[in-house]
Write a protein that binds this ligand. Structure first.
Ligand SMILES: [Fe+2]
Length: 452
């Protein structure tokens, strides 16, 4: 487990004290390197890796040190080391920070000031956590929309301040559940005028803040920073892919999200390294599956089917990727299993059994300041209120029905604000539920099963 935190002031070490009861934090681990600070930005980022932990065990911990002070005591539960333990994770992309009532926008890139809110999604996650319904979280890119901070404060440099606020806003989740992240285009850079005028752009270009603040298991999986990595958890091999850089046709091959030449991007490894790693990782996972390893291979990344299809659909098919999750599009789209070309039309819409292709799911409606359609403004209070509609559109199939050739791959869609939860029941069953972030009702439900 990696524990990471931020301090305004330099401390003499980065230390975590931990133990299996709250009253006896009898073990201690420190980072071998001093805390990292940004040039021009201030503040210190700390990370400590806790190793040789017992599986399925709750640990209590605090972080800091005697010199800089200690955090309060939090706890987390380690991953199981078997393939039988049921677990659940929430998967979504594109969650902003607060909402337009709390952080009104002054300007926007397309001239439209948005009415929006990430609060219903944030509250849904809190509820799921409190109920004990989720064991981990996977935010598949566009984390807090920190690069849009200037839309709220056009003349000030607020990137780091807003990122800190966002991290505090989600701390009730991140201090107790593993919060896994994938790179999205909004992680790319600070392109605010204040960042450029004050020469901070170089410290924040090419996913720097994203890679300083988060610590995914890339070292352990042969990946690079938080850009690409994989890990096993229970009956699943999870792979987090990079949809932004380092493959032919990537949107941010040489420059970041704003495509300004003075902020080069990409090239996290020599050309070809990333896709070679992905192929080797999927191949190994598929072989391991045949030899008693995790039975499910689940991939997540920021951009939808179309982008991933070009680089990776052939690999997904060859090595039997069961599901792919993404954000970027601010809605919900679920497909029938497909290898990117042929759609398996014989399945029931709520139950895919022995699918040959990958199930593609866009879960990108957590709410952000680039989305206006999910929120209305309450006339009386002037505050943003969630739109009541939770309309879902489905292509209904009777059992055995074959959809006409040419029908869309996307068969269940909604624009309602939502948060998804995947439950890994065991080696032969997955359950996916999409919850309305505003009403909590289950908007979509799917079982994916395999003959064991
Ligand atoms: Fe995006």
């Amino acid at each position: 487990m990696a524990v990471a935190w931020y301090t305004q002031k330099k401390t003499s070490s980065s230390t975590v004290e931990y133990g299996v009861t709250a009253s006896s934090l009898d073990q201690s681990a420190s980072s071998p390197t001093p805390p990292v600070s940004y040039i021009l930005l201030g503040g210190y980022h700390h990370v400590v890796k806790l190793v040789r932990l017992q599986p399925s065990t709750r640990y209590y911990y605090r972080c800091g040190d005697a010199h800089g002070g200690w955090s309060e005591v939090f706890s987390f539960k380690t991953a199981p080391d078997d393939k039988l333990t049921e677990f659940s994770l929430s998967i979504f992309g594109d969650m902003g920070y607060l909402g337009s009532a709390e952080r009104p926008m002054k300007i926007s890139t397309d001239g439209l000031v948005k009415n929006w809110s990430a609060l219903p999604a944030r509250q849904t996650l809190e509820k799921l956590k409190n109920e004990g319904s989720i064991d981990l979280i996977w935010h598949v890119g566009d984390i807090g929309y920190i690069d849009d901070a200037f839309a709220h404060h056009p003349v000030e440099f607020t990137y780091e301040k807003v990122y800190n606020e966002y991290m505090n806003w989600i701390q009730n989740l991140t201090a107790v559940l593993p919060y896994m992240v994938s790179p999205g285009n909004h992680e790319s850079e600070c392109h605010s005028p204040a960042c450029i005028v004050e020469l901070r752009f170089n410290a924040l270009r090419n996913f720097s803040a994203f890679n300083k603040r988060w610590h995914m298991p890339s070292q352990e999986s042969g990946g690079v920073l938080n850009m690409w990595y994989s890990y096993n958890y229970g009956a699943v091999h999870f792979v987090s892919i990079n949809t932004e850089t380092d493959f032919p046709g990537a949107e941010e091959t040489d420059t970041g999200d704003s495509h300004l030449k003075f902020m080069p991007a990409g090239h996290f490894a020599p050309n070809g390294t990333y896709l070679k790693w992905l192929e080797a990782d999927l191949k190994a996972a598929n072989e391991s599956r045949a030899n008693g390893g995790p039975n499910w291979i689940i991939v997540g990344g920021h951009r939808p089917h179309g982008v991933v299809k070009a680089c990776c659909a052939a690999m997904f098919e060859k090595y039997g990727v069961d599901m792919y999750f993404n954000g970027h599009a601010h809605n919900y789209v679920r497909s029938l299993p497909s290898n990117g070309v042929t759609v398996e039309r014989h399945h029931k819409l709520n139950h895919y059994h022995n699918a040959q292709g990958t199930v593609w799911i866009t879960s990108g409606a957590a709410g952000s300041d680039e989305t206006t359609y999910v929120v209305d403004v309450d006339e009386a209070s002037g505050k943003a209120k969630p739109r009541a509609t939770n309309k879902i559109s489905k292509t209904e199939f009777a059992p055995g029905y074959t959809a006409p050739v040419g029908a869309e791959v996307s068969d269940v869609t909604t624009k309602a604000m939502s948060i998804g939860v995947l439950t890994v029941k065991n080696q032969s069953m997955l359950q996916w539920k999409l919850y309305s972030a505003t009403s909590g009702e289950v908007l979509d439900e799917l079982s994916v099963t395999k003959s064991s």
